[in-house]
Design a binder for this molecule. Sequence first.
Ligand code: HEC
Length: 140
Amino acid sequence: MRKATLISLAFFLGICLWTLPSSCGSANASGNGDSELTLLMRKMEKHMQTVRKKVEKGNAKIDVPDWNEIYTAPSSKSEMDTITFKSFAYALLKSAENLENASQEEQPKVYKALVDVCMTCHTAMCPGPKVRIKKLYLPN
Ligand code: HEC
């Protein structure tokens, strides 16, 4: 199944990158000088918080805004402009699409798969925000 393939691809890449030194811009409290990618990430995080509530309540149509900017938004580190980053980005956009198309019963599972993509890319490239991303998971 396509979704499963994407997730395992992202997971595989995550393992490959496990040993590389990972670095990315740290949160800047003043909000000045943050990269465009950082600003997009904050928007995604915020949106995911509202999606999480909808999925928890159930019975709602999920919309995910266009996050295509993820491919082009400059990051604080030039090494983000890699095929690896782009593969994770692709997995993210596909998972977001899957969530929009998911049936009511599928939503919790597909939502979790989307958060997993956030986590996988972050494990590989930018572990700092994982503490924040973890909060997006639904309670068990
Ligand atoms: C393709 C890889 C990738 C994916 C997928 C990804 N991120 Fe990120 N994220 C990054 C990178 C790289 C940065 C650091 C940006 C920089 O330093 O310019 C970042 C930064 C962040 C930050 C820190 C922002 C700040 O205030 O400093 C948060 C929060 C975040 N991401 C949340 C998420 C969430 C939620 C998702 C899933 C919806 C997600 N990310 C998916 C790569 C990714």
